[in-house]
Every structure is written in C-alpha cells, then in structure tokens.
Design a protein around this ligand. Structure first.
Ligand code: COA
Length: 251
C-alpha cells in the first residue's frame, strides 16, 4: 500500500507484513506512525485476501524502542491528546482484531515496543531481543495497555518486577515466562514468522476468529459466564455450513 512514511505495508499471499520503519530512532512510535498503523490495520481487516498480519521492525537494532519520547508533552492540549487517542484507539482495535496477529521481535522491544506485541496472538523473538517496560524510569507507567496485558501474559510477580524496575529481560527469559512463544537465531526470525503465519492461513478463519474471542473475552469473565460464552461460540461454529462440510469430508 502506498503513501505511508513511517511503516511499510506489504501483502504476500494471504499474509500482510507490517514493518515499523523509523530505524534511525529504533522504530519509536510517533503520532504519525500510530495513525499509519491504525490505517494499515484497518486495511488488513477489511481486505479479504489478508488472513494473518505479521508485525516486525526495520533495521538491525530494534523491533521498537517504544513511544517517541521527543513528542512527549508536545500535544497542543491534554484534551486534544485524549480526543485523538479515543478517536483512534489503536490498542483497543488490535485487542479485538479478528484475524491472527504475529509479532517477529528482534533487538530492543521496549515500552510500546513490547505492548504492541502483547496484543498479538503469537510472539517470536530472535536471540538478541531485549524486552522491557522502562516507563518508570521516565516517571511514567506503561500506557499502551502494558499494566494489564503483561500480567495477563506472564506471572503477576514477573510483570510487577518488569514494570517496577523497568529492567529489560533477554529472549530466553522471555521464553521461560511465556512472554514469547519461540526464540530463533536472528537470521531465521522472518522465516519462522512466515512459517507460523502460513500454518494459521491453512486454518478456517472463522474458527480462528471465535477462538480469539473465547480466549480474550472469556478469561476476564467469571468461569460460569466464560463457559456459557464458550458454548455459544462453539454452537455458532457448529451451525456453520462450512464446518459441517469440513467435518463431513473428514468422515
Ligand atoms: N523515542 C524517540 N527516540 C528514540 C527512542 C524513543 N523511545 N529510543 C531511541 N531513540 C533514538 C535516540 O534518541 C537516538 O537518536 P539520535 O541518534 O538522533 O540521538 C537513536 O534512537 C538511537 O538510540 P540511542 O539511545 O543512541 O541508542 P543506545 O544504543 O545508546 O540505547 C536504548 C538504546 C533503547 C537503550 C535507548 O535508546 C533508550 O533507552 N531508549 C528509550 C526507551 C524507552 O524509554 N522507551 C519507552 C518510552 S515510553
């Protein structure tokens, strides 16, 4: 897709590669990138040819070093900054994104640079990845969902340690805590991301969509309500003509 200045959006047989592309500032997310991510994610959502989105970062040093610090405090007014965020709630949009999202993480993944992958369904890291939430060092707290998504992903104590100290962790430790699902050598990162994405592309999209809803919504409900949600979603799939055909084919 043309016209983006801070990201690259490339389609390749059902897969959309979304590359954060400001390598001179370690792919820090400025307002323009945020807006372009919003537009590209909508393009991927409405494009029937796209089944999976993979996020990655340009350059050798970072997936993303977080929000662009040079823009802190530059909004014309607090009210305007809040309004822009509410009108284009990128993080809320990604949280509800119905297609699988994959993050291929190398180098620094700090602040929003790990909070974005936390909205993804699968996170693969290369061995050089350094993942952290350093906001406290700036007198701030993670504000792209990290205070909520991190403890829903890794044990609460690990999340607290990361948020309170601001210290990044390495790829192997991230793997141990379940923050990433796989660690591979740097040279294999995008091959592995593509392999996983293509595996997902072979699955029925409606089953993937409802599985995401069941997990994302269900985990925040009391168990009895979550089980009812699970039942409703499963029945919806059973009523689906496509599923009946697939099951019939498999005998
Ligand atoms: N926002 C804006 N610019 C950033 C940035 C950010 N979050 N992170 C890095 N940059 C820029 C640096 O200002 C520098 O630009 P310059 O060459 O014009 O001076 C360039 O990226 C390279 O970073 P640099 O700090 O020189 O690299 P380093 O190897 O010494 O350190 C980091 C790398 C990631 C440890 C360091 O850049 C850092 O701590 N960044 C901020 C991370 C952060 O706090 N993120 C959360 C924000 S809420």
């Amino acid at each position: 897709m043309d016209g983006f200045q801070t990201i690259l959006y490339e389609k390749d047989g059902g897969l959309a590669w979304l590359t954060l592309n400001r390598p001179h500032v370690l792919n820090a997310i400025n307002l323009q990138m945020r807006d372009e991510l919003w537009e590209a994610a909508h393009a991927a959502l409405y494009d029937p040819d796209v089944g999976v989105v993979v996020f990655r970062g340009a350059g050798e040093r970072a997936f993303c070093a977080g929000a662009d610090i040079s823009e802190f405090g530059t909004a014309p007014s607090y009210v305007e900054a809040r309004r822009a965020r509410q009108q284009r709630d990128l993080w809320g949009f990604l949280e509800d994104f119905p297609k699988p999202l994959v993050a291929a993480i190398h180098g620094y993944a700090l602040g929003a640079g790990i909070e974005l992958p936390l909205f993804c369904d699968i996170r693969i890291a290369s061995e050089d990845a350094r993942l952290g939430l350093p906001e406290v060092n700036l007198g701030y707290i993670p504000s792209a969902g990290g205070t909520q998504t991190m403890p829903r992903t890794v044990p609460r104590g690990v999340a607290l340690h990361m948020i309170l100290t601001g210290d990044p962790i390495g790829a192997e430790e991230a793997l141990r805590w379940g923050l990433v699902h796989r660690v591979v050598p740097r040279a294999e990162l995008y091959l592995e991301a593509e392999r996983l994405a293509r595996q997902l592309l072979e699955r029925p999209p409606e089953a993937l969509r409802l599985a995401k809803v069941a997990l994302r919504r269900g985990l925040d409900l009391p168990l009895d309500e979550a089980l009812r949600l699970d039942g409703r979603l499963a029945r919806r799939l059973l009523a689906d003509e496509g599923l009946r055909r697939t099951l019939a084919r498999q005998g």
